[in-house]
Structures are given as C-alpha cells and as structure tokens.
Design a protein around this ligand. Structure first.
Ligand code: DPM
Length: 353
C-alpha cells in the first residue's frame, strides 16, 4: 500500500508528470492554517510537486471538545498517517514523546513565540492578571498553566474551558463566565488574533509546554523520499531545544497531561534547559536549570536515527545527542529531588476530578 501511494503521480496540462504528495489535516481552523503554511513552504521549495490537502476527522478533534489534558494523548489507533496521506502537520506540543512505531517527525519548523498569552473579556480591556478584580475567573484546561498561575495569582479563580480556539474565544466574549482565558501566543498569532493578546506571560509567571510554538511534520519513517523532502524545513536551534524538552518530558514519564513546564534558550553555543514540575495548585514544585554545549563539530553526517521521535539527519548528531542527554539529566535531577511523587499525586488527583 505504501508503495502504491508513493508511485501515484499527477499529470499537468503539459503532460509533465510530477509527484503527488498528500498532506493530511484535521478540520479545525488552526489545523488548516498550520497545514497551509507548511504546504506553501513546500510548494516554494518544490514547485514541481503537486500537493493535495486531505481533510481528516481524527480522535483528536473529538478530544478537543472534551478536556484535552485528560486525553491520554491525542494519538489513538486512528493516527492520522494510517489514512492515505504522506505527511501531517501538527503542533509539536500535541505529539507524544514516543510516536507509534513506523512514524517519525521529519521536520520541526522555526519556533514562534513559545509563551502563553492572556486574552481578556472585552469589558476588562486594559487590565492584567495582577489588576483584574479579586475572584475573577480565568479559563484554562491546562494543568500546567493553572498550577503556575494559581500559585502566582492566588486572588484569581481557575476553571476549565473546552473546545477549539474559535469556541473558546466565543465563550469568553459572548458570556460572562470568564474574565480572561490563557492560550498559547503562537496559536493566537496563527489565527490572526494577535490583537486580542493583552499580556504575554514570561517565565516568572508561567513557563511553557514542551514543544509549544513549534510546528512538526510527521511522516512515515520508511518513506525516505518524503523524509528527505521535508528535512529542509528543520530549524536547527528549534530542533535542539525541542529534543532537550521532549527528552526531559519523556524521562519524567510526563505524558501530555501532567503539570510539567520548560524554558529553553541557545546562547553562545550553549543550550540552557529549565524544567519544572508542579502539584495541581502549584503549592509544591521543583525547578532546575542545566546547560550543555551544542556547537556543531565539523560537517558530520548523522545516521538518521530518531531521538524522541525526531529524525534530523542534516543536523549534527553530536549536538542532538547532547540536547537529548541534557533533557534526561535534568529529569534525573528533578526525580532525585522528588518529582515522581509530585507528578503521581497530581495525576491521581486529576484523574479523580
Ligand atoms: C497541549 C496542551 C494544550 C494544547 C496542554 C498545555 C492546551 C490545552 C488547554 C498539550 N495541547 O499547554 O499545558 O488550553 O486547555 C494546543 C494549542 C496549540 C497547540 C492551543 C493552546 C497552539 C500553539 C502551539 C492545545 N496545541 O495551547 O492555546 O502550536 O504550541
């Protein structure tokens, strides 16, 4: 079947035959926008390739209507690539640190603003989390955001808010249930809603989720042509940061439904990773920072092995190994200080909600 797909071709009006690449997308507006932006980049790089965008309903869409953080991970047996498509564009933060066998992340694009943002109800325009009236209700279903913000802004209340971005914004604006909601700045920007961002939350207020703000292209690991084709989309610095973050999360056995947050930076060939775990109300937490050198030594070729699901054969394997080790080492440090206990309790309490 895979073979059949890869030899499908398309004939244009001049009789020229070009390869057909099928891109799967979920049907939410954000998913479409993200897919279209990657398709546009591919079209520019490979003008002869015929791209076809295929809309798919997946378990992920349904899960967005329930509580996303309670979904084991938006990766059911109905994973997107089991449909007949060659690649799927995802928000990296929604991809588990271990992909189903046979799949890999063939490209991680340049990260946009990875921080979270505050979107206010119109009647509160001009306010910040600090200056909102006491007991104002903030909407978020992210355990990570709620834990950090509850600790920092104890005068505020936090409630779940569900649905895709359009639904959430509507719930905020058209009702009186929430004074503000917290969303990733990157998603808001992609939707063209930058003007609704009233405050960007820095690391002292709220550290971001692993992989937040970066787009990922998922492909079949054995599909060498496609892997090669999308690999040029890799943004080296983003790849190293995200490998470190994903290795950290994987070693913590965090999954995507626990209060874990990170912050990474690359400066003077040093990769800095700050990672933290929180109890659900943020009262208990552990946070540490570690660093490693990631200067690429010569032009070395990587074997194309996967690291935390990512295949990046054109980026220094040594630098990738160091990034991965950094994540593992930081997780080990936090585990030695009691991170496992904090996360176990958080998970149990959340499951019981
Ligand atoms: C994951 C979380 C959320 C998404 C958990 C977290 C937020 C859920 C919520 C793993 N995936 O961040 O702690 O707010 O209830 C998601 C968004 C984007 C990707 C939307 C958002 C867009 C930004 C990006 C949902 N996944 O977080 O506002 O590409 O990083």
């Amino acid at each position: 079947l895979f073979w059949l797909i890869s030899v499908l071709s398309w004939q244009d009006g001049n009789g020229k035959v070009s390869r057909v690449i099928r891109i799967g997308t979920r049907k939410s507006q954000l998913a479409r926008i993200q897919t279209d932006s990657v398709a546009a980049k591919l079209k520019e790089l490979y003008p002869d390739v015929h791209l076809e965008i295929v809309g798919m309903s997946t378990t992920g869409d349904k899960i967005l209507d329930t509580a996303l953080h309670n979904a084991a991970c938006i990766y059911g047996p109905c994973s997107c690539l089991s449909h007949r498509v060659d690649l799927v564009v995802h928000s990296l933060k929604d991809l588990p640190t271990t992909l189903p066998p046979g799949f890999t992340i063939g490209a991680v694009l340049e990260r946009e603003n990875p921080h979270d943002a505050v979107v206010l109800h119109p009647k509160h325009v001009g306010k910040t989390l600090e200056t909102l009236p006491e007991n104002s209700v903030i909407g978020t279903s992210s355990l990570r955001r709620a834990a950090q913000l509850k600790k920092r802004f104890p005068q505020l209340e936090f409630k779940d808010i569900r649905g895709n971005l359009n639904t959430r914004l509507k719930k905020l604006d058209e009702k009186e249930d929430y004074a503000a909601i917290i969303l990733a700045a990157a998603g808001l920007r992609r939707m063209g809603w930058d003007n609704r961002i009233s405050q960007i939350l820095g690391p002292e207020d709220c550290m971001y989720a692993v992989g937040q703000g970066a787009l990922a292209v998922e492909v079949r690991a054995r599909d060498a042509d496609i892997l090669e084709m999308v690999s040029v989309l890799h943004h080296p610095e983003t790849v190293l940061r995200c490998i470190a973050e994903r290795a950290f999360l994987r070693h913590l056995e965090g999954g995507c439904s626990v209060p874990v947050a990170v912050h990474t930076e690359v400066k003077d060939s040093q990769l800095y990773l700050t990672g933290a775990v929180y109890s659900l109300d943020g009262s208990d937490s552990l946070k540490e920072t570690m660093q490693t050198g990631v200067a690429a030594s010569q032009e070395e070729v990587d074997e194309g092995v996967q690291r935390v699901g990512v295949t990046a054969s054109k980026i220094s394997g040594e630098a990738q190994n160091k990034a991965e080790r950094l994540g593992v080492d930081l997780a080990k440090l936090l585990l030695s200080k009691g991170a496992k206990e904090i996360l176990t309790v958080a998970r149990q309490l959340n499951d019981a909600r």
